[in-house]
Ligand binder design. Structure first.
Ligand SMILES: Nc1ncnc2c1ncn2[C@@H]1O[C@H](COP(=O)(O)OP(=O)(O)O)[C@@H](O)[C@H]1O
Ligand SMILES: [Mg+2]
Length: 320
């Protein structure tokens, strides 16, 4: 693979499922285009039912698309050499309840034709990585909590030391501590230079981990972009609270700010889109007796962006 080949290249992907007794057609993917480059951590976001899991499944060959092209490192998803370099954590990892984690990981390793010696070497390292204790790993999986199954799912996704990781909701079912640990783990895998595609509902985690994100709504990607650009400083807003302001001061502040609200007589909150303007307005307000109570900055979070984009896409779809 050369540097210009996308690790994942999806073009014009469509998929229709037939559901229920009457085999009613439901188009789940409506022309998905998506590229993920080598070494990148890409977050796929979208409301429930948007088609994220279906998209990931086409990458591991579990769903065959109706139309469109899917390439992994320039090859078909069924290419065996590529499969050896991929790790997949399903949305609901299914495990053999009556095996121990040790036995399960040995089995997963054998699917990749790894030597028993190598598997034996890797298992303790993986257990350590996902923070599953050695003694727990000797117990049958049916005794595990949901969080432990999720950790084991993560361990099996890493058994072949994959370059490309597909993680479907890796933080789901975990308590805040578990989520924090998984986030640290994903960051560590990212630092090791692996390519990671994952989807998550926890937007603050996505914001902390991803280089780029794509937002999917009703079977289409409606927006992709680098995290820094999507949440660019242009969206920074500065809010200032001033009290003891006279009438003239209020009028001046109104003129200088994007928005100016008088909460109580003499007490106003003004919003600016750059710090210089905010400081200039503060100097003017002081001349009218105003005193600064608070100056805080606020930027558009990924959550705000997500909600805006989903609403926009749905309104447009409704208009068509
Ligand atoms: N095998 C299937 N048969 C029928 N419908 C399916 C199948 N898989 C997914 N769907 C439907 O496709 C839609 C998208 O599902 P999914 O890709 O799981 O969304 P997401 O992961 O974004 O929540 C849902 O409405 C779901 O019910
Ligand atoms: Mg899903």
């Amino acid at each position: 693979m050369d540097a210009y080949t996308a690790a994942i290249d999806i073009q014009g992907l469509t998929k229709t499922f037939h559901v229920g007794f009457w085999r009613k057609k439901v188009q789940v993917l409506k022309g998905v285009d998506l590229q993920v480059f080598a070494g990148e951590t890409f977050g796929l976001l979208g409301p429930n039912g948007a088609g994220k899991t279906t998209t990931i499944k086409t990458l591991v060959g579990l769903v065959r698309p109706d139309q469109g092209e899917v390439l992994i490192m320039g090859q078909s998803p069924n290419n065996t050499r590529n499969r050896m370099q991929m790790g997949y954590l399903p949305e609901l990892p299914s495990v053999y309840a009556y095996l121990t984690a040790h036995e399960f990981l040995q089995l997963c390793g054998s699917f990749f034709n790894l030597s028993p010696r190598l598997i034996r070497q890797r298992i303790p390292q993986l257990l350590d990585r996902v923070q599953l204790s050695e003694s727990a790993a000797r117990k049958q999986i049916r005794t595990y909590s949901k969080g432990m199954v999720q950790r084991l799912g993560f361990a099996q996704a890493l058994i072949n030391d994959p370059q490309l990781l597909l993680l479907d909701e890796p933080m789901s079912g975990l308590d805040p501590l578990g989520r924090h640990e998984v986030k640290e783990l994903v960051l560590e895998l990212k630092r090791e230079g692996r390519t990671i595609l994952f989807n998550s509902h926890v937007l603050s985690d996505v914001e902390a981990i991803c280089d780029r994100v794509g937002i999917m709504v009703d079977g289409k990607i409606v927006l992709t972009g680098k995290m820094q650009q999507l949440l660019r400083p242009m969206d920074h807003l500065y809010h200032m609270q001033i009290h003891k302001l006279d009438k003239l001061g209020h009028t001046n502040l109104k003129r200088l700010s994007l928005r100016c609200v008088e909460h109580k007589p003499g007490m106003v909150e003004a919003t600016f889109n750059n710090l210089e303007k905010a400081l200039k307005a503060l100097a003017v307000a002081r001349q009218s007796g105003g005193e600064l109570i608070e100056l805080k900055t606020h930027y558009r979070s990924l959550e705000n962006l997500f909600v805006d984009e989903v609403n926009k896409a749905r309104t447009q779809a409704g208009d068509e």
